[in-house]
Design a protein around this ligand. Structure first.
Ligand code: MLC
Ligand code: AMP
Length: 466
């Protein structure tokens, strides 16, 4: 039974569940979560927006649920974020307090503690569906990350559509170990189980061993996680008792799909999404699962393909076009960025994903790639070439730089920086990006070159570097 409320504990299970959430060494019952999160709500309810250090911990979950109960906007801060990125997130979001765990750098904000053993049973009125629940920071092709405004109604619609596509119910146990500052790990992976009433086992790190040991029914992973599991026969075989293995956030290589099917007996479910749209396409529990394809629009979603001149592209399984989507789980725009918000919508109300796709006659979708080479997906993380280039240009030994994503067996793409400069120490440049932006955005490879390939206008020809 799914209620329309986004209070994630609003589902009427009719019973308490002693192991509703297991994360690391901590186990929380549903009543623990409700009591402790309501106590968070009481302490935080006077703020409008708060920052939460999104470590994979019970504290993060209670902080987020407490804010949802009180109607306070959550700004998840990646725990590996560096100086410049964190400063940007805190300034741009207007966060007024820092809720829960800290790591020493709270940007001067007052700290509101989260207490695991505090309890309150105060009852809060459900905020409007249109109100913002999260500002999630995500990279664009250039400049610092943009804050994606996700409403309560969008999140509820997004989770409910997936519950329908996957037959996801309170009988499930969801297992994953993904970071809690993106749509995949946080919205789908934490709010999903709470809203559907299923159990959650968060393994802290998404390792094959931890997934194998968790005995769940519904497993979530990015392709890097699935490819590491497919390479570890024993762990993969341990998943054969699951109900569904779900992959998303980046393309799942066909070879990994096939190997998983061989070892686990399950053809993985593939689904496609974005921070801005949540999950809009998926294969279904009762439908075809075709390697390399991400399936059909979920409930309430419509899609179309457009060519560069805005003309319709036929759904013939071959013609390639820019993917546009609309549906109830879409975001409300980028915070403080009316220009970027306007640019991402067509005049007739469709969101331009920036992905290039094919649709066949049966409505099945295949994601072919990104329209721009300047958005990189590495290990399922979205990384803007522009932000990494800007950061590297701030290093004294770098004169010119071009950043690209090159194919990588483990990460899908790896960040590679082509650098012109003096006295370059490669490890220093990676460390510089890790310390300024975040660890997961650091270049995995630095190639020192004499010059960058440029066209007659002086623009770098990245295609020649790939
Ligand atoms: C390396 N390390 C450093 C460092 N360099 N630490 C500090 N400073 C430096 N300069 C350390 C790290 O801290 C870590 O340490 C270790 O090196 C490994 O780093 P890594 O190589 O980056 O991690 P790895 O294990 O390879 O990560 C793979 C991964 C990860 C799959 C686990 O990429 C991941 O979690 N991806 C998920 C991304 C995701 O959730 N995307 C969803 C986006 S939402 P230590 O000690 O900690 O090991 C979306 C919508 C949708 O896309 O459709 O879902
Ligand atoms: P993010 O904003 O981090 O959620 O990244 C969104 C992007 O991830 C999309 O625009 C796609 O490029 C990519 N993506 C997500 N899911 C898939 C998938 N199943 N297959 C291919 N690409 C995907």
């Amino acid at each position: 039974m799914l209620l329309t409320s986004l209070n994630p504990l609003a589902i009427n299970r009719g019973d308490d569940v002693p192991d509703a959430v297991r994360i690391g060494e901590t186990t929380l019952s549903r009543s623990d979560i409700l009591g402790a999160a309501t106590s968070v709500a009481e302490r935080v309810s006077r703020a409008e927006r708060v920052a939460v250090l999104a470590t994979p911990s019970a504290t993060t979950i209670l902080a987020v649920v407490g804010c949802l109960i009180a109607g306070v906007v959550v700004v998840p801060v990646p725990p590996d974020s560096g100086r410049a990125e964190r400063e940007h997130i805190l300034r741009d979001s207007g966060a007024q307090a820092w809720l829960g765990e800290t790591d020493g750098d709270t940007g001067g904000l007052p700290v509101v503690p989260v207490r695991l053993h505090a309890r309150s049973w105060h009852s809060y009125q459900e905020p409007a569906e249109s109100s913002t629940a999260f500002v999630l920071y995500t990279s664009g092709t250039t400049g610092p990350p943009k804050g994606v405004l996700l409403s309560r109604g969008a999140i509820a619609a997004g989770i409910d559509a997936l519950a329908e596509a996957w037959g996801w119910t309170m009988r499930d146990t969801v297992v994953h170990g993904l970071p809690l500052f993106h749509v995949h790990g946080l919205i789908l992976g934490v709010l999903g189980p709470l809203r559907t009433g299923s159990r959650l086992v968060h393994t802290v790190r998404p390792t094959p061993d931890a997934y194998a040991a968790a005995a769940g029914t519904l497993y979530f992973g990015v392709p890097t996680v699935w490819s590491r599991i497919a390479a570890d026969e024993e762990s993969a075989r341990a998943l054969s008792g699951a109900r569904l293995l779900v992959s998303g956030s980046a393309p799942l290589p066909v070879s990994v799909f096939e190997r998983l099917r061989e070892l686990t007996g399950h053809a993985p479910i593939e689904r496609y999404g974005m921070s801005e749209t949540m999950l809009t396409l998926s294969t279904r529990i009762d439908g075809e699962r075709r390697p390399g394809w991400v399936g059909l629009p979920v409930r309430g979603v419509q899609t179309r393909l457009r060519d560069e001149d805005g003309n319709d592209v036929p759904h013939d399984g071959e013609s390639i076009g820019g993917l546009q989507v609309r549906g109830p789980m879409l975001f409300d725009g980028y915070l403080n960025r009316p220009d970027a918000t306007a640019q991402s919508w067509t005049d007739d109300g469709w969101f331009v994903t920036g992905d290039v796709a094919v649709i066949d006659e049966s409505g099945f979708h295949r994601i072919v790639g990104r329209a721009s080479t300047d958005l990189i997906k590495s290990g399922g993380f979205r990384i803007g070439a522009g932000e990494v280039e800007e950061s590297l240009l701030g290093h004294p030994s770098v004169r010119e730089v071009a950043v690209v994503g090159l194919p990588d067996d483990d990460l899908g793409q790896r960040v590679v920086a082509f650098v012109v400069g003096e006295k370059i120490v490669e490890a220093d440049l990676s460390e510089h990006v890790a310390a300024e932006l975040s660890v997961h955005k650091r270049p995995r490879e630095i190639r020192v070159v004499e010059s960058l390939p440029r066209n007659a206008m002086g623009k770098v020809q990245k295609k020649n570097l790939m």
